[in-house]
Design a protein around this ligand. Sequence first.
Ligand SMILES: *[C@@H]1O[C@H](CO)[C@@H](O)[C@H](O)[C@H]1NC(C)=O
Ligand SMILES: *[C@@H]1O[C@H](CO)[C@@H](O)[C@H](O)[C@H]1NC(C)=O
Ligand SMILES: *[C@@H]1O[C@H](CO)[C@@H](O)[C@H](O)[C@H]1NC(C)=O
Ligand SMILES: *[C@@H]1O[C@H](CO)[C@@H](O)[C@H](O)[C@H]1NC(C)=O
Length: 891
Amino acid sequence: PTHPPPYCPPTHLLSSLPTQPPPLPTRPLASSSPSTIVNGIEIYSMKIDSKVTSRFAHNVITSRAVNRANVSKEVVFDVDLPKTAFITNFSMTIDGVTYPGTIKEKEVAKKQYEKAVSQGQTAGLVRASGRKTEKFTVSVNIAAASKVTFELTYEELLKRNFGKYEMLIKVKPKQLINHFEIQANIFEPQGISELEAQGSFITNDLSQVIKKSFSGKKGHVSFKPTIDQQRTCANCSTSLLDGDFTIKYDVKRDRPGDLQIVNGYFVHFFAPTNLPNFPKNVVFVIDISGSMSGIGIQQTREALLKILEDVREDDYINFILFGSDVHVWKDTLLKATAENLKEAKDFVRAINTQGMTNLHGGLMKGIEMLTTAFETNSVPKRSASIIIMLTDGQPNEGVSDRQEIQMNVKKAIQGRYPLYNLAFGYGVDYNFLEKMALENKGLARRIYPQSDSAIQMEGFYEEVANPMLTEVELNYPENAISDLTQNIFKHYYDGSEIVVAGRLTDNDLDSLTADVKAQGAENDVMFSEQADIEETAKALQEQEYIYGDYIERLWAYLTIQQLLDKRTVAQGEEKENLTTEALELSLKYKFVTPLTSMVVTKPEDNEDKAAIADKPVEGTDVFNPTHSYLYSRPPIPSLYTSVDGDPHFIISVPQKEDAICFNINEETGAVLNLINDPVTGIRVNGQLIGDKRVSSDAKIQNTYFGKLGIENKKLELKLEVTPEKITLQKGRKKTVFTWLDTVTLRQEGLTVIINRKKNLVLSMGDGASFVIVLHQVWKKHPLHQDFLGLYTLDSHKLSERTHGLLGQFFHHIDFNILEIHPGSDPKKPDATIVIKNNKLTVTRGWQKDYRKDPKHGIDIPCWFIHNNGAGLIDGVHTDYIVSSIFGTTVN
Ligand SMILES: *[C@@H]1O[C@H](CO)[C@@H](O)[C@H](O)[C@H]1NC(C)=O
Ligand SMILES: *[C@@H]1O[C@H](CO)[C@@H](O)[C@H](O)[C@H]1NC(C)=O
Ligand SMILES: *[C@@H]1O[C@H](CO)[C@@H](O)[C@H](O)[C@H]1NC(C)=O
Ligand SMILES: *[C@@H]1O[C@H](CO)[C@@H](O)[C@H](O)[C@H]1NC(C)=O
């Protein structure tokens, strides 16, 4: 357990405040003006400090805020980090006391977090994913006139793409900040050859504020806009700092590679230039299933047409289209002559959608075509082959079993051609596509379904358009090194870079040699690189801002990434071993990876408040307890399966600590069966009423439950409840109550409690109890009338055979959420839910639980299933309409 440093709870601080707030700290707050204070909070300083040494970036974001209000306030620290980065540290300092974050194994952290949540404390830290970034948020309550400093550190290895290393810094301070600055210092032992810095939000006036310079091994970028320069207009108090700040640079390439050794670890950067390009054989395997219609197929056509412009004359190409059936453009790969390209373009323009998703058929056809091409010598012997598959769906035609597809594809490819899977949209099984690509020496990439989808696809093609080497193998003297990262690569593409790192086992070594062999477009090639340990040490001495063991950390970063990739594909004991290894390294080097979490004890009250930072994994089930508070879940003591309001159904899923919900739109007067248990004889029906008059502008008439009928055959009990009266019939005896009564009625196997004007609690033995909530609206309300809600407190006595709109969910129901993504409402993300063997699109939303607070209700976050619960409920909702309030016959 962590021991939080001594801290006075805010209540104590508040009561000890002098009546006049104390004078606030002078520096740098002196110049604060109302326009820098938003909702009482002034963020008076925000600094982003990046140090890059040999592509390894170490970034520290520091944000300082003060509560200018005279009451305690919530301060939010909210930043976006690159997906490729690992958080390595986070701390909060409140009034001089620092609360550090500690990295723990995910399971351990989760327990600590859950303990905190079960004590009714709200969560602090949140991660979510966007296109290139992940969000990190923490909020903390700060006493009046108190200060807080947030400090977040993250690290990443910058990748070379199109000949440049790119560093992305998301900038979005949301308010004017007295002291805002970005500082980046780059140190590259090979020497810097170019350096640029841009901001997507930069206007002409601001472009001079970006300072950049480089000479020799050092580069520097700074951006420090004054408060007036941050304003969206001269008199505005809104900030124009909102967007991407990107730094791009490259290093000098006098040699094909560079070998660096520091403190017992080495890294080898390998990126030869000016080699002839390989002729390539590209098979495009394109999904044309029905779901691709619209933006999908449109953007695909556009991208393929652009790609055809870039295809070189010595390339060979073909297109395989798969819907329900598989179509090929040509039976064999065709040389990209001007004439063939023209024909290819006509073919692409005519591509249209059709049928289901026979992914297996399409992919296998593409592989077979490449294999035949080599066997029949119809493509050059020395050429690089690539399969690019684009799909937006799930295999559901031909072979649809994923394991079988994976097995067949792997067997057919035999490691000869890298498979690149482009996953279009959110309906894909990204996990499956990624596994398959990694197994076949390729990678998976998401294509976001937006107006720039074509550019994304084309951009991916450009990355692999120029293979310069194949079968690249980087070797080091075996007896001198260990713990080598991946050192064999299928292809090396122009503009990219191969990075290999390892540990030196021989302390007395004074130099290291790397040998690279590969196949070039014209002949086999060899490269050799040597590093003198003393020389590297000297070269690094010039660097003032070296942060110690960066090559060791770079090695750890790369090793963890590769272990995680291998783990994606592995199974059984091998997977366990890879997990253990990656976990140990993540803990040792303090990286927040998918296996670890960071716990921060949040100083509120006297108790620990745990908060967690997690790394979401692309395309996996991102819904787990540590992510659930992404949707600002209020602490709910307990959640009941219920129906209330117009009528909205909330289905509690306790093991997920979450809920699913749906609405039923049916006509006034309809009676719906809610619960029906043929074994215990318990049945609940509800009749819909509408508003007092039909509102002319509303498309859908709102309906509510105006009458509930509960029957228990065994007890010979019929209970009819309306907003006016409660009629209890036991055998032949009929008793009528009004909502003005307060009554407790106990009989054998039955308890009815009427709480005047509020609710009615009905228990039938133990294990079947319900609450009916009375909603009374203002009598003269022009539209609405009184109505009822039904909450299931306990249903465990009901049998497995229980059915009905609510009853079918009393027994085990589970779901999985895949692919959370932005929806049409920015506050309500969409996702794919897997439930009862269906995949449905759901929207994160809220429904109200009025059990505790009949006036305002409590918001219950839930996954909303559209279309009257289609796909969730058995059958369709009209199957549940019955003839009368105690009716049994389902229409
Ligand atoms: C806080 O300030 C507001 C507005 O200036 C004032 O109305 C209120 O009485 C103050 N509250 C306290 C506790 O000083
Ligand atoms: C994390 O940051 C805090 C605050 O700057 C610092 O005191 C601590 O040493 C850092 N921890 C590590 C492991 O770097
Ligand atoms: C806007 O700024 C000008 C000076 O640039 C000032 O004279 C004027 O009062 C400001 N207007 C408002 C509404 O603040
Ligand atoms: C997993 O690790 C154990 C212990 O180190 C080892 O004995 C076993 O062979 C490993 N299994 C696999 C499949 O790598």
